[in-house]
Design a protein around this ligand. Structure first.
Ligand code: COA
Ligand code: AMP
Length: 636
């Protein structure tokens, strides 16, 4: 099968294409209907099929003789533990944990929040929820109490699963004080909390808290339940342009079909391959390509609790690849920049045998050419940039590796459109842009299986955030262009979402925090280029008249507040004070123009600007603060 024939099949006969794909799913009741398109243009996929993702990821492999194959390898340089689960053992642990959840009153459709570090219990808990039709919502362990509380209130879980601590490099992060604060401040009250006690720091439990190990030892294993294909598997909150994160929902059936075909077509993975996505279960990459896709496809997945550097050194990725015979590796470009910074020549790579490794995938942010060349020249393996987002659940563009015809890689591009998606770059009037002309990147409706069917308890939010701007299309929020061979180049977000070290954050949310400071009259937060983290936030403050506080005190207050309200990973560290903020005549702050100045680019000044002099003032302040120097140099 060739990429071009497969892609054409998906465009000309979408239902036939997905019907063929659906045959790779072991349905409990096979669907008779491929899709039902709703009035908003989105589709329900395989609406009359019955399925269970936990069965697909575990039971069916054990039933077909894969029980002794390693399903999951936990490699934790921060604790020194390496442990393996066969499919048989993982199935037993998941079934038992499902039994525990049931005994706590968790029923089909109930929500369970999982706030855990990168430990195997996170994957076990996710699959256990799926087994009984509970809906999990994993919250990234770097999020602060307030973020956790807002997710508790939105998802209204019956049970919260957590651990005594996380381990970041050599720093032990106690979870319980934070979890207690979140539970106390949330309006919704969870009925039970189950706490995994870790040796590095044991937590003091509250009266009704259950100790993970003790509770599991009492539980009886639970069989999977048949679920309608569209039943929600999980909710994953992601940053949008407002302060309130969106609860992206994923279903069982469409998601399984989409991931299975993506493993084969895009990643070129086959059952038995060792697949390692070095990300976190708190992000979509962790959901799709640490937990679900590798297991759905009968691969071995690696769950890594560490960082690319300092755990213990910049050779840790290469060690893991050698130790476990990793065939396909996936991480964010920022991880390789971190390695390059500590080991510029890549000397540590020479200490390891990477012969098992077939290819590397990168996503989460654009792969800058310097990082691409550094990595591909040293590894001498294909390095494939591919583009997608939490909402899509699986890659939209890439250079697919599962076909007979191998397409070339183009540096700086996120690849071609993958079979199942139709992508357009359009101008504001929805007119398709010519090759090399930049516009908004939109996806034709209906979206394929695996993409979000709704936003948790707020379908209207999905419609207004993604579907209204470009009727008939889903608006990705990214800008970019196609070249004349159909390769997409993603140029970054066109909204207020930024990408800090592969972490998606909302500047709007940071603005709300900054604006809450007593000395701040007005503010803007924008993402600016950073050589290591891709982007970092920068706050521009207009202070209240006569405010006596020093800028350094205000700065440290704000840095602390963002750490406390969002989390340290937001990397909010820099602010500048300006006299006025540039705005349009209708009072809209010109964030994009500010960002361009800060990045050392020639700003596009909208004709509606109120006072162009203010731009000059801001440019001067940023210049004096040395902001944009690095990018000014690299932009020539
Ligand atoms: N729990 C608690 N704190 C966390 C955390 C977590 N899971 N993740 C990050 N933090 C904290 C860090 O400890 C650090 O705190 P500090 O300011 O007190 O030192 C802060 O947040 C900044 O973190 P980060 O920006 O991640 O920097 P880093 O030096 O810790 O790590 C990278 C840099 C590149 C190694 C790391 O950001 C990374 O691996 N990024 C890839 C993300 C990813 O996988 N994205 C998914 C797309 S594939
Ligand atoms: P997330 O939902 O956290 O996966 O973030 C999705 C966003 O990350 C996208 O909308 C893009 O802005 C950015 N992104 C992801 N992958 C890429 C890529 N390969 N190239 C450029 N940007 C990317």
């Amino acid at each position: 099968m060739s990429y071009s024939s497969d892609f054409s099949h998906a465009v000309t006969d979408s239902e036939g294409f997905w019907q063929d794909v659906s045959k790779q799913v072991d349905w409990l009741t096979a669907p008779q209907t491929v899709r039902r398109v709703n009035e908003d243009g989105l589709a329900e996929w395989f609406p009359d099929g019955w399925v269970n993702t936990s069965h697909l990821a575990l039971d069916r492999h054990v039933d077909s003789g894969r029980g002794d194959q390693v399903a999951l390898i936990y490699d934790s340089p921060v604790t020194g533990v390496i442990e393996r689960w066969t499919y048989q053992r993982l199935l037993e642990d998941v079934a038992r944990f499902a039994g525990l959840l049931s005994s706590l009153g968790v029923e089909q459709g109930d929500r369970v929040i999982i706030y855990l570090p990168m430990v195997p219990e996170a994957a076990i808990a996710m699959l256990a929820c799926a087994r009984i039709g509970a809906i999990h919502s994993v919250v990234f362990g770097g999020f602060a109490a307030k973020e956790l509380a807002s997710r508790i209130d939105d998802a209204t879980p019956k049970v919260l699963l957590t651990a005594s601590c996380g381990i970041e490099f050599d720093q032990v992060i106690p979870y319980l004080p934070l979890v207690n604060l979140a539970c106390d401040s949330a309006e919704h009250k969870v009925s039970h909390r189950v706490v995994l006690q870790r040796d590095r720091l044991r937590a003091e439990l509250r009266d009704h808290d259950l100790d993970w190990v003790a509770a599991v030892s009492q539980a009886a294993p639970k069989h999977f339940v048949p679920l309608p294909s569209g039943h929600p598997l999980y909710i994953l909150y992601t940053s949008g342009t407002t302060g309130k994160p969106k609860g992206v929902v994923r279903d069982h059936g469409g998601h399984a079909a989409a991931l299975i075909q993506s493993m084969e077509r895009t990643y070129g993975a086959v059952a038995g391959d060792v697949f390692w996505a070095a990300s976190d279960v708190g992000w979509v990459v962790g959901h799709s390509y640490i937990v679900y896709a590798p297991l759905l496809s009968g691969c071995t997945t690696v769950l890594f609790e560490g960082k690319p550097v300092r755990t213990p050194d910049a050779g840790t990725f290469w060690r893991v690849i050698q130790a476990h015979g990793v065939n396909i590796f996936f991480t964010a470009p920022t991880a390789f920049r971190a390695i390059r910074k500590e080991d510029p020549e890549g000397l540590l790579l020479g200490n390891y045998d990477l012969s098992a490794l077939k290819r590397v995938f990168v996503a989460g942010e654009r792969t800058d050419p310097a990082t691409y060349h550094w990595l591909s020249e040293r590894l001498e393996k294909p390095v494939i940039d591919h583009w997608w987002q939490t909402e899509t659940g699986w890659p939209v563009t890439g250079v697919p590796q599962g076909y007979g015809d191998a397409l070339p890689i183009k540096v700086g591009s996120a690849g071609v459109v993958l079979a199942g998606f139709e992508v357009l770059v359009v101008d504001e009037a929805l007119k398709p842009c010519a090759p090399y002309e930049t516009g908004a990147v939109v996806l034709k409706l209906p979206l394929p299986p695996g993409c979000l069917p709704t936003v948790w308890r707020d379908h209207q939010r999905l419609v207004s955030a993604y579907l209204e701007d470009y009727p008939g299309f889903y608006h990705t929020g990214d800008g970019g262009y196609f070249d004349d061979e159909g390769y997409l180049f993603i140029m970054g977000r066109t909204d207020d979402v930024i990408n800090v070290a592969g972490h998606r954050l909302s500047t709007g949310e940071m603005e709300e925090i900054v604006a809450g400071h007593a000395s701040v009259a007005e503010c803007a937060v924008v993402g600016i280029l950073d050589p290591d983290k891709g982007q970092v936030p920068l706050g521009l403050l207009v202070l209240k008249d006569g405010d006596g506080h020093s800028v350094s005190v205000i700065t440290s207050d704000l840095v602390q507040q963002v750490r406390q309200d969002i989390g340290a990973f937001a990397n909010f560290k820099r602010v500048v004070v300006v006299e006025r903020l540039p705005k349009t005549r209708s009072g809209k702050i010109l964030r994009k123009t500010i960002r361009q100045i800060a990045d050392g680019l020639s700003p596009v000044v909208p004709p509606t600007i109120d006072d162009p002099l203010i731009l000059e003032e801001v440019t001067e302040v940023l210049r004096r603060a040395g902001i944009g120097e690095v990018s000014r140099q690299s932009n020539g």
